[in-house]
Design a binder for this molecule. Structure first.
Ligand code: NI
Length: 137
């Protein structure tokens, strides 16, 4: 089994905010990330696909096909957007790094399968020090 990874980058705004809590409660849990007027991140997304290299191409999956898929299904919908307001697949989801990995997995898994790949991991860096990984369960 070989694991191949495509890295993509995007920029987006968000706030971490639970609508069921007061502003003070949000501030005490989320700190400055709850700032009502948003803040932004330069995200780094790593999409890892696993498989056995094809005998004819040597590829687990064609990375340019994977890149186009990520662009179409994810980046075109979240790059330079407000993650709380603008993204249909994030509606009613607190856009934490953890939740973003799960939703990105859910958007990509079947599409990658259609192209003959098997998604292994979604890894998302929110800052250079903070990242989350999701393996599908
Ligand atoms: Ni943030």
């Amino acid at each position: 089994m070989v694991y191949i990874t495509r890295r993509e980058r995007f920029c987006a705004a968000h706030k971490l905010y639970n609508e069921e809590w007061t502003e003070d409660e949000n501030l005490s849990i989320f700190g400055k990330c709850s700032n009502p007027n948003w803040h932004g991140h330069n995200y780094e997304l790593y999409v890892t696909v696993k498989g056995v290299p094809d005998k004819q191409t040597g590829f687990v999956m064609n990375l340019s096909v994977l890149s186009k898929l990520i662009e179409e299904k994810i980046l075109s919908k979240i790059d330079h957007k407000n993650l709380n307001l603008d993204v249909p697949f994030l509606s009613n989801i607190i856009p934490s790094t953890e939740n973003l990995t799960i939703t990105i997995w859910n958007e990509l898994e079947k599409e990658i399968e259609k192209m003959g790949g098997k998604l292994h991991c979604i890894k998302l860096f929110e800052t250079e020090n903070n990242f989350a990984e999701y393996f599908g369960k």
